[in-house]
Design a protein around this ligand. Structure first.
Ligand code: FCB
Length: 470
């Protein structure tokens, strides 16, 4: 059986600046919170840092040729704020802009559509020194940065994403502290979530005023698929509702509906009175948006915690004693049955289908993009007549199964316009360092040699034919 994707459907790959670029001191780039965090002992596995990463900064042309050889339609990348404004404020650094102009021109010259993400977690360190996302000014700073980027690239980039996974920025960065800047404070986490929402709305306004008229805007959310362990148990159902509120609707509420959900405000009332939401903020946040970007990897299962054992609140993320779920201390996360990827994340394509259909139902005016989906596996490198090869049948299977449900969602009416495999390259997987490999293309981190895996060839075939063989 084969499934055909619509003609205009975009098959892309995705990366993020800090995860692949390296060149952290090149051409006037300033430090980001991930430079500081990764250089702090104990924060990242094996003491890995993004100093060199895939050295993409110095290998841009080769990586562009690699993408062209795969024949993908689109490339989702992020712009490193500290290359554009080394301190997070003030005049643009021309050399930083030049890099992204070369990237965009190189993509367009090869017939690949650029999809630019403004912010994928590399906040300039001086802004963190002033409070980071817990500080309101940071939202205005992001809008100033957006204006600079919009002026430079807005004539050529027609697809923009404001933020990548603000949930991770706010709740892993300021709640459980397993991501930079490593703060563990529930009030700061909620405050950061609001300031990220505000940053999204202000940046959207700044970009929209400058870039080409046909540009489309999105935000990439890692929406959580949370299922009650016992669907007929009111406590478990309410636990799932609570995680949906502080994991999903804390962003979709203000961005797409103009307000924070009442149940979220009630659940978190003991943590904060939300006085950091000022008059006018919700109007600034609730801006027209063409697309919801969905980053999807796995599902979660919750119960109302009876207080025994652990509530396992860091399930799916690096272990921390601090919770990434403010106001949800009585929710317990259960281990998920397998199969699992190398991240320990359960493989469940039905969660992606559920999310796409939910967003389609609840927000019919927005089109959808799967802005990330993919899997880390323990790739074995074999020798094929003197050159390395990676036969990653497990990754091909993961991608095929998830793309099958994307096709199903389209058949069932969801307006899904594209899919971006995470990731083009093996790269710096945040607090896990280089140990978890998500790439369609293998990177040898000693020699920096690139080797397309079987999954890359499989994906290239799909991008060419739009036919998915079951
Ligand atoms: C997402 C991030 C991305 C990558 C994948 C595996 O949370 O957006 O940078 O690390 O997970």
């Amino acid at each position: 059986m084969s499934t055909t994707f619509p003609a205009g459907f975009l098959f892309g790959t995705a990366t993020a600046s800090y995860q692949i670029e390296g060149g952290v001191h090149e051409d006037g780039r300033g430090p980001s919170i991930w430079d500081t965090f990764s250089h702090t002992p104990g924060k990242v596995a094996h003491g890995d840092t993004g100093d060199v990463a895939c050295d993409h900064y110095h290998r841009l042309d080769d990586d562009l040729d690699l993408m062209a050889s795969l024949g993908v339609d689109a490339y989702r990348f992020s712009i490193a704020w500290p290359r554009i404004q080394p301190t997070g404020r003030g005049a643009a650094n021309r050399a930083g802009l030049d890099f992204y102009e070369r990237l965009v021109d190189g993509l367009l010259g090869r017939g690949i559509r650029p999809v630019a993400t403004l912010y994928h977690w590399d906040l300039p360190q001086p802004l963190q020194d002033a409070g980071g996302w817990a500080q309101r000014d940071t939202a205005y700073a992001l809008a100033d940065y957006a204006a600079i980027v919009g002026d430079a690239l807005g004539d050529r980039v027609a697809e923009w994403t404001t933020l990548n996974e603000p949930w991770c920025s706010a709740f892993l960065g300021y709640g459980s502290g397993v991501h930079a800047p490593g703060v563990t404070d529930p009030v700061s986490a909620l405050c950061a979530a609001h300031h990220l929402n505000l940053a999204h709305g202000l940046a959207l306004q700044a970009l929209r005023a400058r870039v080409r008229d046909d540009a489309r805007f999105s935000v990439a959310l890692n929406l959580h698929v949370v299922r009650p362990d016992r669907p007929d148990d009111a406590g478990d159902v309410d636990a799932a509702r609570q995680i949906d509120a502080v994991g999903n609707r804390v962003f979709t509420g203000p961005m797409l509906e103009g307000g924070y959900p009442d149940d979220l405000l009630a659940d978190t009332a003991a943590v904060t009175d939300w006085a950091f939401v000022h008059d006018g903020d919700l109007a600034d946040i609730h801006q027209p948006l063409e697309t919801i970007g969905i980053n999807y990897y796995s599902t979660s299962r919750v119960r109302r915690w009876d207080g025994t054992g652990s509530n396992n609140h860091s399930a799916g993320h690096n272990a921390s004693t601090a919770s990434p779920w403010p106001g949800a201390d009585t929710v317990q996360f259960l281990p998920q049955p397998g199969p699992h990827t190398e991240m320990g994340w359960n493989i469940d394509p039905s969660g992606l289908y559920e999310l796409l259909m939910r967003m389609h139902r609840e927000h019919p005016q927005q089109s959808l993009l799967v802005t990330e989906n993919g899997a880390a596996f323990a790739d074995a490198v074999t020798d094929a007549d003197g050159s390395p090869a990676v036969h990653d049948a497990d990754r091909v299977d993961y991608l095929r199964r998830h793309l099958t449900v994307v096709a199903q969602a389209i058949a069932d009416g969801a307006d899904v316009r594209g899919y971006f495999a995470w990731s083009l390259l093996d790269n710096f997987e945040w607090a896990y360092g280089y140990e978890k490999r998500f790439g369609l293309v293998r990177v040898d981190f000693d020699t920096l040699e690139r080797t397309p895996k079987d999954s890359a060839r499989w994906y290239a075939g799909l991008a060419r034919t739009h036919e998915l063989d079951a």
